[in-house]
Design a binder for this molecule. Structure first.
Ligand code: GDP
Length: 454
């Protein structure tokens, strides 16, 4: 449960990122041919293998999603880490070392029919030196005849051997019970209620047309002017039907109250925006194309990314655009919004109603990207190929090794890379770019963090 050394800092991460909740990791170690992969397959029930739909990523996976008795964990097959170190015992010991550094629980597999070998002893020495819980699997106990062989493995001194047959499934329930019992306590993931209408925050600096757009969407030309602007009232959310579905627009009272009436309302608007983002799933950042993009526009976009919300960029007042302005606008977008080039764009006019119908597809795209989850097996198959083709740059004479990765969360997608060294910003950006190319995530920020065990 050594998470204190986790470091964060993906391309999109601010410092206030906090600790990422990662499922517990169970690493399967043991010398070649003891049946590690068979046992892994037995435990995951080949669930991930059957949903494979990306050609070329089935080979060399190292990590999988697994669960037993309702407890979820990441199962890591260290067989995928073989690096051709000198000598079998040395190689297996090295794997065990990595495993001990990254995993919460070690599942140590020994072939009961062969008995204790030098390599098994090398692994045992490594495991003893760590404080990780070890569960010992005595594999290939296919029938009663091998039970006695299993008992001999007490001599390893790492506790009770659980007789199993990865081939036939025998004993795996008791083994998994022991694994689960050894897992650290973790907070249960929050329930997500998919039945409620998606929550949209309409944000942007004063005068870009937020209340005009809201009125247009709500199908009413009523302009609510509040004579006591600036007095705080409870935020009011409105449910608006768009594209045949319901959407909750957050803090519409705040939008309709027209904060632009207030001078020096900048700070207040920022606070208002962050509290709306807090409750939103997706943000529409509205910008006014009749004026140059302002620092304040960029700041709102950054607020959305930092809050980890899905993002749609809406360029309003398109009716005012002439050729000349349009040319400069594209330049401004390229220059100032390149950081969010993944966000869908709509060019609209709240005044004329231009392209209102494009808003819903853009919202859907962003929410889909935001909700995307990549199964661990698939992610690691992909990552392994990526790293083989473009390894992380050497740093301080050492090449950091990426052992495996998991997607710790969605909404927004958060990835945790388990590594043996620090990965440069550039390399993490490279991974993010490739994740986007191969898996989408359109309209969503992505967070990449590292868990470094040197
Ligand atoms: P808010 O402060 O972001 O809520 O902005 P408002 O909705 O109050 O709009 C500010 C001003 O821009 C008002 O005078 C609107 O009439 C005008 N406006 C809003 N949308 C459009 C548009 O699409 N085209 C044009 N030409 N003017 C717009």
């Amino acid at each position: 449960t050594d998470s204190s050394r986790a470091r964060s800092g993906g391309p999109d991460n601010g410092d206030g990122d906090g600790e990422v909740r990662v499922k517990p990791v169970v690493a399967v170690v043991g010398r070649p041919n003891v049946g590690k992969s068979s046992l892994v397959n037995r435990i995951i029930g080949r669930r991930e293998a059957v949903v494979e739909d990306v050609p070329g990523v089935t080979r060399d996976r190292v990590a999988y999603d697994a669960s037993w008795q309702g407890r979820e964990f990441t199962l890591v097959d260290t067989g995928g880490w073989e690096t051709g170190a000198a000598g079998l015992a040395a190689m297996v010991a090295r794997q065990a070392e990595y495993a001990a550094q990254t995993a919460d629980v070690i599942l140590f597999v020994v072939d009961a029919t062969v008995g204790i070998t030098d390599a098994d002893e090398a692994v045992t020495r490594v495991l003893r030196a760590t404080n990780r819980p070890v569960v010992l699997a005595a594999n290939k106990v296919d029938g009663g005849l091998q039970e006695a062989d299993a008992l001999e493995l007490w001599n390893l001194g790492v506790g009770e051997p659980f007789p199993v047959s990865a081939l036939h499934g025998r004993g795996s329930g008791d083994l998994l019970d022991a694994v689960i019992a050894a897992l650290p306590e973790t907070a249960e993931p929050e329930e997500e209620d998919d039945d409620l209408p998606p929550r949209v925050a309409l944000v942007g600096r004063p005068n870009v047309g937020k209340s005009s757009l809201l009125n247009r969407l709500a199908g009413e030309d009523r302009v609510v002017v509040d004579s006591v602007a600036g007095t705080t009232r409870d935020a009011v959310d409105e449910i608006i039907e768009l594209g045949g579905r319901r959407w909750t627009f957050i803090d519409t009272a705040g939008i309709r109250r027209r904060f632009r009436a207030l001078q020096g309302a900048d700070y207040y608007a920022t606070v208002r925006t962050s509290s709306a983002l807090e409750r939103a799933e997706v943000a529409v950042v509205l910008m006014d194309v009749s004026e140059p993009l302002a620092e304040q526009d960029i700041r709102v976009v950054e607020q959305v990314v930092e809050a980890g919300r899905a993002l749609v960029l809406a360029f309003n007042k398109w009716d005012t655009l002439d050729e000349d302005r349009r040319y400069y606008l594209e330049k401004e977008i390229d220059r100032q919004l390149s950081r969010v080039s993944w966000a869908p764009r709509v060019n609209i006019s709240a005044k004329t109603g231009r392209h209102m119908e494009r808003l819903v597809p853009a919202l859907d795209t962003s929410l889909e990207g935001w909700n995307t989850r990549i199964p661990t097996g698939r992610l690691n198959g992909w990552l392994k190929e990526l790293v083989a083709a473009t390894p992380p740059p050497v740093r301080g004479g050492k090449q950091p090794k990426i052992l495996f990765a998991t997607q710790a969360d969605a909404r927004p997608p958060q990835f945790v890379l388990f590594t043996t060294g620090f990965l440069e910003d550039n390399y993490r950006r490279f991974i993010e770019r490739r994740l986007r190319e191969d898996f989408g995530f359109e309209g969503s920020p992505i967070k990449l963090t590292m868990r470094i065990r040197e």
